[in-house]
Design a protein around this ligand. Structure first.
Ligand SMILES: *Cc1c(COP(=O)(O)O)cnc(C)c1O
Length: 390
């Protein structure tokens, strides 16, 4: 049997070093657990970064993918397929307004599609929040806050204005009739599950409407049930113009979507945009299975219950300053910058978590995480926090 150490050496000899050394090499997954090449078992509290909504090896996804692949696999977008049409209709139903969908393979591509749609307004300026993450391709990167990600690749598409996240007055001051769109994550995921003050999205909607700008919400991480609603913006009652999705949409199959509501749905016209793989039959079939399972098993309600259980279980630990997020997007803010140590100690204790920032841990477990698994997670995580604070 090839060990994790041997696999890691081979990885480093053949795979481009963009991610740093892997934490371990995984070989198998089942439900909320994964196993590495040495046979160690982990409770997966990150789910491939908010992707594996139904956990690992869920029969509904397996069945949808194998059935679709044995019926009809790739076609190109010269042709339409049944699951693609059904998924577009389903997403339109979930946003609850007249809308049109463009399918992609990833979150960054969903944002590229939306970015190009904003250019068809005849305006170019985009107002974006500090702390944002929107992806790594050149367009999405131009709209991503972290200078260390952006600066080595400049010049990037321009006319971007930065405002502090959650500050409605700053947004009001920045937006005028030259702005094409305001781009916001309803909860900032990569920044460590940062929730804006109440009323922020409503203010953003009012300000964009007043100036004829689009409200573009990046729900790549927060969407598809992650926060206990189909879309995190629902709680605010606003209707955005553009919604970008990916991560949880395909339950592990690569798929993203740009959903354009109302008049925004016709900004992109024939010849304006395209993709070879986007909206392929297999990934859209997987996404339909994910949505059907979330509905059948009430995983939206479950995400709220289990998310509250995790927050309640961790909030009173002496190292914890705050617990943030909604549903199963959970931020754990530490009093000290010990997140990297905690992530390592958690891995050694059989838990996969993420150190989003030096003092913020992020949990984004499968939406199917059970009450018992969540209880185990709380006990184990408290042990990890004890260990790193002693
Ligand atoms: C992950 C993420 C992206 C990028 O998605 P990729 O599939 O990695 O390209 C964009 N926006 C947000 C909010 C994300 O969390």
């Amino acid at each position: 049997m090839t060990t994790t150490t041997e696999w890691t050496e081979r990885y480093q000899g053949a795979v481009m070093n963009t991610f740093g050394p892997p934490q371990t090499v995984l070989v198998r997954g089942e439900g909320s657990h994964v196993w590495d090449a040495d046979g160690n078992r982990y409770l997966d509290l990150l789910a491939g970064i908010a992707v594996n909504a139904l956990g690992h090896g869920h029969p509904a996804i397996l069945d949808a993918v194998t059935t679709q692949l044995s019926t009809l696999g790739h076609t190109s977008n010269f042709f339409a397929t049944e699951p693609q049409i059904r998924l577009a209709e389903k997403l339109v139903e979930l946003v609850g307004h007249d809308a049109r969908v463009f399918f992609t393979n990833s979150g960054t591509e969903a944002n590229e599609a939306a970015f190009k749609a904003t250019r068809r307004t005849g305006r170019t300026r985009i107002v974006v929040a500090e702390g944002s993450f929107h992806g790594r391709t050149m367009g999405a990167l131009a709209l991503t806050s972290k200078a260390a990600y952006r600066e080595p690749f400049e010049p990037l598409p321009g006319d971007v204005t930065w405002v502090p996240y959650g500050d409605a007055a700053a947004l009001e001051a920045a937006v005028d009739d030259t702005v094409a769109a305001v781009l916001i994550e309803p909860i900032q995921g990569e920044a460590g599950v940062v929730v804006p003050p109440d009323g922020y999205l409503q203010a953003a909607r009012a300000i964009t409407s007043e100036h004829g700008a689009l409200l573009w919400l990046d729900e790549v991480q927060t969407g598809m049930g992650r926060t206990g609603a189909w879309f995190a913006y629902e709680e605010s009652g606003v209707t955005p113009d553009l919604v970008t999705l990916a991560k949880g949409l395909g339950g592990g199959l690569p798929i993203g979507a740009c959903v354009a509501i109302g008049a925004a749905g016709t900004l992109l016209q024939p010849g304006n945009h395209g993709t070879t793989f986007g909206g392929n039959a297999v990934s859209t079939a997987a996404a339909l299975a994910v949505i059907a399972t979330i509905e059948a098993d009430d995983l939206l309600g479950h995400a709220v219950t289990i998310g509250d259980q995790l927050r309640r279980g961790l909030a009173d630990h002496p190292l914890v300053a705050d617990v943030t997020g909604r549903g199963l997007l959970v931020g754990v803010v530490l009093h000290q910058p010990l997140a990297a140590e905690a992530q390592k100690a958690a891995l050694a204790a059989g838990l996969i978590i993420n150190n989003a920032t030096p003092d913020r841990l992020r949990l984004a477990p499968p939406l199917v995480l059970s009450e018992d698994e969540a209880a185990d997670a709380v006990v184990a995580l408290r042990g990890v926090l004890d260990e790193v604070s002693s």
